[in-house]
Design a protein around this ligand. Structure first.
Ligand code: NAP
Length: 306
């Protein structure tokens, strides 16, 4: 039986692993693909202290190397369910079943879809959720970016370094992104904005042809926008279905200030929980705190106090 099973190998999970190890806790990280989490899909990170600018994959790799260097065990298995039986939690993965005293859920989130006609049909053939993965296919072409948050603007800036033109389509007339990103985008001659507009349909029979967009203030005003591809950044859905703890209506795990959920022994850290700020820095802080609180719980459990 493990003391603590950490689910997810992004910044929150990796940090939890490092802190658990330092606390002498018998812990393991479960990661379904490769460690690093969503930063592996990010071009550059410019707000993680110590690195004025570093590529996402490089930072992710450094996190993984750090975990391995201090002896944190990482199992590359996908967790399908966490079942609580009395005081013990059973973690069921695609490989096996494991018992543990504590669980830290650090599974992050996945891109939210627009849910419009043509989106699924053209995913990977014009529709993308990852500029770092697919941007190079659109070199010298014209692409649209949907959304006005940090992800949309950051990725629009990245795409502008590759493509001929980026058209950001946002449903309001103000961006949600950090001011510094907004300034960079407004000052980039390759980035144009279409305000107060949403995508109604993705156009094309066999081949992606563009977007049908609608002005939300004047819904009769519709326009066919010819672009070569579209990158969708309209928020994220937390990966939390596999665990039965209290969540918000959008599936974010509800924790208290020390990362505890409503189920004793289950903690959550990072983007999968109801935190107002989703950054690598905040994920790292969450992970450290979750590991600390879980270690206290494990100690009490072993001492017979739970
Ligand atoms: P987000 O902050 O939730 O922004 C989503 C954007 O999509 C918003 O502008 C929203 O419009 C728009 N949107 C939502 N549903 C839509 C729909 N159906 N149709 C059209 N537009 C829609 O998501 P995010 O940008 O992925 O960021 C997620 C979290 O990660 C945030 O906390 C963010 O700060 C963080 N993050 C940080 C960085 C960084 O470098 N600092 C980078 C990436 C992400 P409204 O504005 O009108 O709501």
């Amino acid at each position: 039986m493990y003391d603590t099973i950490i689910i997810g190998g992004g910044p929150a999970g990796i940090t939890a692993g490092i802190y658990a190890k330092r606390a002498g806790v018998n812990a393991v990280i479960f990661e379904k693909m490769g460690a690093g989490g969503q930063i592996m899909l990010t071009d550059t990170v410019e707000n993680y202290p110590g690195f004025i600018s570093i590529s996402g994959p490089e930072l992710g790799q450094k996190f993984e190397e750090h975990a391995e260097a201090v002896g944190v065990e990482i199992k590359y298995e996908e967790v399908q369910k966490v079942v609580t039986e009395g005081k013990i939690h059973r973690v069921i993965s695609d490989g096996d079943e494991y018992e543990t005293i504590a669980v830290i859920v650090a599974t992050g989130s996945q891109p939210r879809k627009l849910q419009v006609e043509g989106e699924d049909k053209f995913t990977g053939r014009g529709v993308s959720y990852c500029a770092v993965c697919d941007g190079a296919f659109f070199r010298d072409k014209v692409v649209a970016v949907i959304g006005g948050g940090d992800s949309a603007i950051k990725e629009a800036l990245y795409l502008a370094s590759l493509v001929r033109k980026v058209i950001v389509i946002h449903r309001r007339d103000k961006l949600r992104a950090e001011k510094i990103l907004q300034e960079q985008a407004f000052n980039n001659p390759k980035i144009e904005f279409v305000w107060d507009s949403v995508v109604e349909k993705i156009l094309g029979d066999d081949k992606f042809e563009g977007l049908l967009i609608k002005n939300v203030k004047n819904p009769d005003e519709k326009e066919e926008l010819k672009v070569d591809g579209v990158f969708i950044y309209v928020g994220n859905i937390p990966n939390t279905k596999f665990v039965d703890v209290e969540k918000t209506s959008s599936g974010q795990i509800i924790t208290n200030s020390v990362m505890a959920t409503n189920v004793p022994g289950i903690y959550a850290a990072g983007d999968c929980r109801n935190t107002p700020l989703k950054q690598i820095t905040t994920c790292v802080g969450d992970g450290a705190l979750a590991a600390y609180t879980a270690a206290e719980y494990v100690e009490k459990f072993k001492g017979g106090f739970i």
